[in-house]
Design a protein around this ligand. Structure first.
Ligand code: OOB
Length: 513
């Protein structure tokens, strides 16, 4: 950032509503905020849960943390008590940074709940009206000379989509993260003329680093922050700020494609629409160029590291039908069967990967790491892929017990664990069902303890309220549908037969949502 500020000085680094911060301004804010965080007593290596929407302060806070050597844990605005409490606990976080309100939700109330659960938290820092907490604005202080952090230390903790009952944190170092940003900038040809619309939540790895907002800064371009993913607001910003690049998940792309039909906006400035985070159907991919008049790029990445892109000069068929190839010659890809044996070319199998910017282990999770990584350090992605002779990967499915709802990952086990905490639930299983808009949505199969006296719709509502209010679970994890069964079907070794449940969900007419 310091180098960027010297090189690009007064050029606009980011646009947030009426505010425009230059590179110099962003650099100065990082300096002053780092000094303020230090004055609070926070010291290098401590963890700070950062839960900010798409606002300029996100970047001031992140760069201040990087500068001081504090480690931000990048939470998403949709997370609630269950998730934030777990991040604070796992990371032993010392501070929690929030916006006062966003989208009608008051994060200060959430902070009050989290404080009661997280003994390690010493500070809540609020962008906006701070109430009884520390105001972010009050922290800007006289810059202090700070030692440069070592490039090999952890810069940030990303969140894993996960498939386990408790969230896993992903330690990314300064050098590995920046390596992936630089390589992404080259491949996606971001440059000083790039105006990148941050339409997805900025904390997510895709809009942050593939090449995303960090890539935009690295290239000397301009970040345009979209406060919420409303297509009309997005189209207005694209026109007003001459946005050239945007990253979308397929579900949001579908919404935009529909909205363009109705609104006929001016989108002439757009040069590249990147789509990733979940499977993109070729029929949808084919609508991008005619609708937006620009190039499509498929992005298959993961917060754990590996990122694949279709290249800007790839044949149309490659861009429509594949999820591209890795960014680095150092990325190792293995496609294996259930016994970890390499499969012949073009066969579908489990994707294992190891490389210069892919983690070798989750944060403080030794036991789980033995399952999630091979003995020689390959990460088990949980994705089922095939590699075509031209080297491009196609995501064919998933072996991990996860639901990919509009690009937001839901670990089935986590939701099941919370369902089981309801006194009326004897057993529960969460599965994905196909959805035309979201890609997938979730269906909870529930075996009740005793006989139900209430109608299914009432029970479903009770369970939803239990998950939301008692458990404090993020809204996107609340099952979209409930099915009540006498017994969950089991496989021979006694595990819940989820494949059978998916078929049952497809076949049942009656649904309780
Ligand atoms: C991105 O990161 P995460 O950590 O939220 O999720 C990773 C998982 C992958 O393992 C895969 O299951 C799925 O999301 N995924 C895709 C996909 N891109 C990601 N599945 C099918 N097609 C795709 N194009 O989602 C992420 C991180 C960086 C860049 C882009 C996406």
């Amino acid at each position: 950032m310091r180098e960027l500020a010297e090189r690009h000085g007064e050029r606009t680094a980011l646009v947030c509503g009426e505010r425009r911060w230059s590179y110099r301004e962003l650099d100065r804010r990082a300096d002053r905020l780092a000094a303020g965080l230090l004055a609070l007593g926070l010291v290098p290596g401590e963890r700070v849960v950062v839960q900010l929407p798409n606002i300029a302060e996100f970047f001031a806070v992140c760069f201040a943390c990087f500068r001081l050597g504090l480690i931000p844990v990048l939470a998403l605005p949709g997370h609630r008590r269950a998730e934030i409490g777990a991040f604070c606990e796992v990371a032993e976080a010392s501070a929690y940074v929030i916006a006062d309100r966003h989208e009608g939700y008051d994060y200060r109330n959430l902070a009050r709940e989290v404080l009661a659960l997280a003994p390690s938290l010493r500070h809540v820092i609020v962008a906006g009206e701070a109430a009884e907490f520390t105001s972010l604005d009050s922290l800007y202080a006289e810059p202090r000379a700070l030692p440069d952090p070592d490039a090999g230390v952890i810069a940030l903790l990303q969140l894993s989509g996960g498939s386990t009952g408790t969230p896993k944190l992903i330690p990314r170092t300064h050098d590995d993260y920046l390596y992936s940003v630089r390589a992404s900038v080259d491949i996606c040809r971001f440059d000083a003329d790039t105006a990148f619309l941050a339409a997805l939540p900025v904390a997510h790895n895709f809009p942050l680093s593939s090449p995303g907002t960090l890539g935009t800064l690295h290239a000397g371009g301009r970040i345009v922050l979209l406060p919420r993913p409303d297509p009309a607001a997005a189209f207005a910003l694209i026109a007003a700020e001459s946005v050239t690049h945007v990253a979308l998940v397929p579900a949001l792309l579908l919404v935009w494609l529909e909205a363009v039909r109705g609104q006929r906006p001016t989108l002439d400035s757009l040069r590249l629409v990147q789509v990733g985070g979940a499977s993109l159907a070729p029929e949808v991919a084919r609508r991008v160029r005619p609708t937006f008049g620009c190039t499509l790029q498929q992005v298959f990445g993961m917060a754990e590291g590996l990122v694949n892109y279709t290249r800007l000069d790839d044949d149309e068929a490659v861009v429509m039908e594949t999820q591209g190839r890795p960014i680095s010659p150092g990325d190792e890809i293995r496609i294996v069967d259930d016994e970890d044996l390499d499969l012949p070319e073009c066969e579908t199998g489990h994707l294992l990967t190891r490389g210069p910017y892919t983690i070798r282990g989750y944060w403080r999770a030794d036991e789980y790491n033995r399952l999630a990584f091979t003995g020689d350090g390959f990460y088990r992605t949980g994705d089922l892929v095939r590699r075509r002779p031209d080297g491009n990967l196609q995501v064919m499915g998933r072996a991990k017990d996860q639901i990919n709802r509009a690009g937001e990952k839901i670990a089935a086990e986590e939701v099941e664990r919370y369902l089981l905490s309801h006194p009326q639930v004897r057993n529960a299983a969460l599965v994905s069902i196909p959805d035309a808009w979201l890609g997938e949505r979730s269906c909870a199969f529930v075996e009740l303890a005793g006989t139900a006296t209430e109608p299914p719709a009432r029970l479903a509502l009770d369970l939803k309220l239990h998950l939301r209010d008692r458990c404090g679970l993020a809204i996107h994890k609340i099952p979209d549908r409930f099915e009540f069964v006498d017994h969950l079907p089991l496989t021979a070794p006694g595990k819940v037969a989820k494949q059978q449940l998916r078929l049952m969900a497809g076949a049942t007419k009656r649904s309780t949502s």
